[in-house]
Design a protein around this ligand. Sequence first.
Ligand SMILES: [Zn+2]
Length: 332
Amino acid sequence: MTQGGQATGEDQQSVEPVLGLDLGGTSIKWVTMAGGTVTAKGQVPTPQTGPRDVLAALVGIARRAPAARAIGMAAAGVLDPVRGRVLHAPNIAGDWTSCAFSAELAAATGCPVSLANDARAFAWGQLRYGVAAGASDAVFLTLGTGIGGALAADGQLRLGHGRRGGEIGHIPIEPVDGRACGCGSTGCLETIAGGRALAELGADLVRAGAAPALAKEVGGDPDQVTAGAVVRMADQDPECARLVERAGRALGLALAGLVNTLAPEVIVFGGGVAAGLPAFRPFIDELLARHTLLIETPRIATATDGFAGAMGAAAWANEPPAGYPAPIRPGA
Ligand SMILES: [Zn+2]
């Protein structure tokens, strides 16, 4: 602010509201932020009937939410931020490739639109306003259905060549006899420690009659097993404990490699499965202690607020990471 209370151009950018949208498989969460603070938030169910209806739901949110000067949208999947298109959205129905997503959202709302991978948006929000604020070097993991990731160095997100970097969930852990991964490879971290993998492995235990407490927890229906249920039953079913230990060790091994390479100050966990982190921590901590002997042990932090992804999208709309493409503007 200048002396007379007039906002300078730069100040104005940060105090005028921005809208962050987090497009998930089951819900669209949104926040408006001004000056680094969340001023309003909400969520609606994600339409399961394809991109046109998802777009209509997003426009509806933008019209109901407090007026914003820019919109950021976070989505899981492969994105083309230059053209503002979703190339592959694994958790949301329909063909996205024909939808000029950002351009249509910008035209309907009159706001510039930035598109960001959900894990990278989460990381940017935490780096700017969250538990990693002020950190120079950081590693981010989102534990959800899959495992997303992002890296920061010198206080900036490092998106890598083609802006595709940070795929921590696809670090190979069991490349020889591991399970098939959605990325086309085998034995990725995500196939051992991702939410979907833990739920599937837990369901297999129920089907085999190998986890009586878990079976009771889900009423005998393997299809009702969640990652959370597997973690909760680990102190009653030895086979659930084994899955949790295996997931914790896989996370610890992947992180040990990253810590040795990057020497981060902080490792930040987010996502719905991060609530189960205390169960994984002893194994993560053991592996980090054993395999990062030349490096100072990083702080481990969690950001489990369900709106952290939307907050990151808003942070992205406010100020995208250095080197990231400009937002798609209305009429562009
Ligand atoms: Zn993979």
